[in-house]
Design a protein around this ligand. Structure first.
Ligand code: SF4
Length: 395
């Protein structure tokens, strides 16, 4: 195991789950309930309590804060400010708010300007009204453009769009149309999602209308090639950014960084070396004699259980230890998702083993789909869409 430094013991990445939506979309498996002003107000109070319980034990100085959901754009500016003000944001680089286009109007954005939000992730999904209806989105295509323009007019210069492909009965022309509309609007970042339906979601009944793998793979490469040719950098299997606009928050997951998740259903990733706060003079008391233990926690996806945990002044109920073997597999899986690939030296430092020797068989099996040199191993272009097949061999 590599050695921890003092700087490692400060938590730099924060995710906040806002579990309210105006209406449930037909394809969505994320945890959210119907919005009400009262329920949201209660949630924010508990969320602030959760943050402060963490602060008693951990040192948190975020570089990024990400409001995901759910629909974080249902929060008022006052609520956003009261949440953000719980943190020391003296070194913060990026605070993202996921926004539903349906919430964006002049009044909303005027209010938003009173907060520290400096990056917007807009849940556009498609520019075809028929597709938006199938997805049960509340917005129509014209609302994306009008919302986007309002954000631009108010000076937001770091905006990301979500684009879903692989929808029931979707054609190549449909994909090209939504993509062209997105490119026309010229956001700084685009996240693409291949539709995948859980059995529990209403749209699952249309599962048989989803284009086959070959067609969906064609959609993926069509999107990728078009975005690259229009000046976007492809930096992770599903993510594209203009120069200087890679998502600092999302990259923390792929770079195996530790993070905290707040709110119902949020997950965090930590090790036991973090469990000491700086003393009065700002020095960390090390607990190096202890073996390093890496773990995840998952907050309950149920309001009452989440509130009960906080009423009992507890945090991180469902902790699960990630043993070295599982950590190694995750590191490979996440590292190979990056277009820059997995850093072999970093791997060796972390796991004290030579990657190319240990995984010689898999590397040989996929030699036509992997690119390897002294420093990195990465997926070749033709492997992107079948990456899960390759990852499973490493597992
Ligand atoms: S708005 Fe987002 S989180 Fe809410 S139901 Fe739709 S997809 Fe899910």
């Amino acid at each position: 195991m590599g050695k921890n430094t003092q700087a490692d013991q400060v938590i730099r990445y924060v995710y906040i789950h806002v579990p309210f939506c105006l209406r449930k979309c037909s394809y969505c498996s994320f945890y959210s309930v119907n919005f009400s002003l009262e329920a949201c107000g209660r949630f924010v109070k508990y969320l602030i309590k959760e943050i402060n319980l963490f602060k008693q034990k951990y040192c948190i100085k975020p570089k990024t804060i990400y409001f995901g959901g759910g629909t974080p754009s249902l929060l008022t500016a006052e609520q956003i400010n009261s949440i953000v003000s719980q943190f020391d944001i003296s070194i913060v680089e990026e605070i993202t708010l996921e926004c539903n286009p349906v919430n964006i109007n002049d009044e909303f954005v005027n209010e938003l300007k009173t907060t520290k939000i400096n990056r917007i992730s807009l849940g556009a999904q498609s520019f075809i009204d028929k597709e938006l209806r199938i997805l049960s989105r509340l917005h129509k295509a014209d609302k994306i453009e009008s919302g986007y323009k309002i954000l631009r007019d108010h000076g937001y210069n770091n905006i990301s769009f979500d684009l879903i492909y692989g929808l029931p009965n979707q054609t190549k022309k449909d994909v090209e149309y939504s993509l062209a509309e997105m490119i026309r609007l010229d956001p700084e970042h685009i996240s693409t999602y291949c539709l995948s339906l859980g059995k529990e979601v209403p749209l699952f009944s249309h599962n048989d209308q989803i284009p086959n793998d070959e067609r969906v793979s064609d959609f993926y490469y069509l999107i990728r090639n078009k975005l690259i040719s229009t000046g976007y950098e492809h930096y992770e299997i599903s993510n594209f950014a203009k120069e200087g606009f890679i998502s600092n928050h999302n990259i923390c997951y792929w770079n195996d960084k530790y993070y905290l998740g707040f709110g119902p259903s949020a997950a965090g990733y930590l090790n036991n070396y973090y469990s000491e706060c700086p003393d009065e003079i700002g020095m960390y008391r090390r607990i190096n004699d202890e073996e390093k233990i890496i773990y995840r926690y998952n907050n309950s996806a149920n309001f009452e259980t989440y509130y009960k945990m906080l009423d009992e002044n507890k945090i991180m109920r469902d902790k699960s230890i990630l043993n070295e073997d599982n950590h190694e597999k995750e590191f490979i899986f996440l590292g190979l998702r990056k277009v820059s690939g997995l850093d072999l030296e970093e791997f060796e430092n972390k796991f004290e083993t030579d990657f190319t020797k240990k995984y010689e068989r898999v590397i040989h099996k996929f030699r036509n789909l992997l690119e390897i040199n002294d420093e990195t191993i990465k997926l070749k272009l033709e492997a992107y869409f079948i990456s899960n097949e390759i990852f499973s061999e490493f597992m």
